[in-house]
Write a protein that binds this ligand. Structure first.
Ligand code: NIG
Ligand code: FE
Length: 409
């Protein structure tokens, strides 16, 4: 090993390596970082005697892979607190959407906002996620719904990554809702996505993946299949909002296209879950949206486990269905409402979340060769991350081996 840039000693390590144990614990352990990557990691007693530029004792603190929020819509204009209140007075999400509210309210506000406004509004959400232990965030478009505004959203997402020091993975979600201009011509909007928007996004390298919302008041599976086929021909990986409010065969559709992930899945059938297992597609569970919509249909967790489908957990941070900017809180909710174990929740926000973004080779576990994205926690055991609500257990966050300044209040 060449000279070590940073040596972390006296740590308790949850590697999250898929070695059959829940957390992959090494205690007491040490980690050596070179050039932003993990060069060595293991029991403290086996530490090689290579010189280090900086050695830091963690005084027995726990470290895990930095968290990964693999599903957010955190770039948007305005908010939907008034809609939230209306829903609590009895109106349903579908009714509000059918009447031109819901996502379209945010579309109006997002179109009216400048890129700088969107950036300024989104940055505190990014900082709040970082302060909760997150180093990698996926951000979707989907509130622009025309060429200029979808591009604007993706550019803002890229800027957020560059300015924050976090990794931002961008996803084009133009097929999120039918824009008002195309209310009577949904296929015309799908044509616009396929013929103009997708080629423009690919040409500018603005999206790392493509997503769609397959739902009765959004896009049919045939329309999503057209978007997916075009995206695939441009080499873009796929994700899908699948079976959130009804079973339209979303899980099967995601599997048919070998999507990286199928997200929500409350109404997925047994056949859909089997298809996900066969295609290696990650199931992303979103307890914030489930709770905010006061859903009662649980995602089929037992089936996911039985079939060995990898399970990720994300915030779904968005103004309509999940105003949530803390990934440990999403874990705590997933444990309570979906019955995931604390180990599943932590794997779901590290190893499996990396896989849901196609980044598993680079991050998501603590292993030699992976990026030194490391969360340091003031906790007694990794299970504590799901136990407390309303505390911030993060001590500090290293991204590519460097301390990140957590400026969120
Ligand atoms: O993941 N399901 C669709 N998309 C978002 C909600 C977006 C919104 O309501 O603004 C979701 O829940
Ligand atoms: Fe979503």
């Amino acid at each position: 090993m060449a000279t070590i840039d940073l040596l972390l000693v006296d740590a308790r390590i949850a590697t999250l390596r898929p070695d059959g144990t829940d957390y992959g614990i090494i205690e007491p352990g040490a980690v050596a970082v070179c050039d932003g990557r993990i060069a060595w990691l293991g029991p403290q007693q086996d530490l090689p005697t290579t010189p280090a530029r900086e050695t830091r004792s963690l005084d027995g603190r726990w470290i895990t892979p930095a968290l990964i929020d693999c599903h957010t819509h955190l770039v948007f204009g305005g908010d939907r607190a008034a809609e939230f209140e209306r829903r609590l007075q009895g109106a349903s999400y579908e009714q509000i959407a059918a009447a031109g509210g819901g996502i379209l309210t945010t579309v109006q506000a997002t179109r009216a906002a400048s890129a700088d406004d969107l950036f300024a509004a989104a940055m505190p959400r990014v900082q709040a996620l970082a302060a909760s232990g997150v180093a990698t965030i996926e951000i979707k478009s989907g509130y622009g719904l025309d060429i200029a505004n979808e591009l604007k959203m993706l550019e803002v997402a890229r800027r957020l990554g560059a300015a924050s020091g976090l990794t931002v993975a961008t996803t084009l979600l133009a097929a999120h809702a039918v824009p008002p201009e195309y209310r009577d011509d949904v296929d015309g909007y799908v044509d616009l996505i396929c013929e103009e928007l997708l080629p423009a996004v690919a040409e500018k390298n603005l999206a790392d993946a493509v997503d769609a919302y397959c739902e009765s008041f959004a896009f049919s599976s045939e329309q999503v299949a057209r978007v997916f086929a075009k995206a695939q021909s441009l080499g873009l990986p796929l994700k899908l909002h699948a079976d959130q409010l009804s079973d339209l065969g979303g899980a099967e559709l995601a599997a048919r296209f070998s999507a990286l992930s199928a997200d929500h899945l409350e109404y997925s059938s047994a056949a859909g879950i089997k298809a996900l297992a066969d295609s290696g597609t990650v199931a992303v569970l979103l307890p914030g949206a489930f709770l905010t919509l006061r859903e009662t249909q649980q995602p089929p967790v037992a089936l996911l486990r039985d079939h060995g489908v990898p399970i990720a957990v994300a915030t779904d941070c968005n103004p309509g269905t999940s105003p949530l900017c803390s990934l440990p809180e999403a874990m705590a909710l997933a444990a309570r409402v979906f019955g995931l174990t604390p180990a599943e929740c932590l794997a779901g926000t590290t190893r499996e979340a990396a896989r849901a973004l196609g980044l598993a080779a680079d991050r998501g576990t603590l292993e030699p060769g992976k990026r030194a994205d490391i969360a340091v926690w003031d906790i007694e055991h990794p299970r504590d991350l799901c136990y407390w609500l309303g505390v911030r257990p993060l001590s500090h966050l290293l991204i590519a081996g460097r301390d990140i300044n957590l400026t969120a209040s």
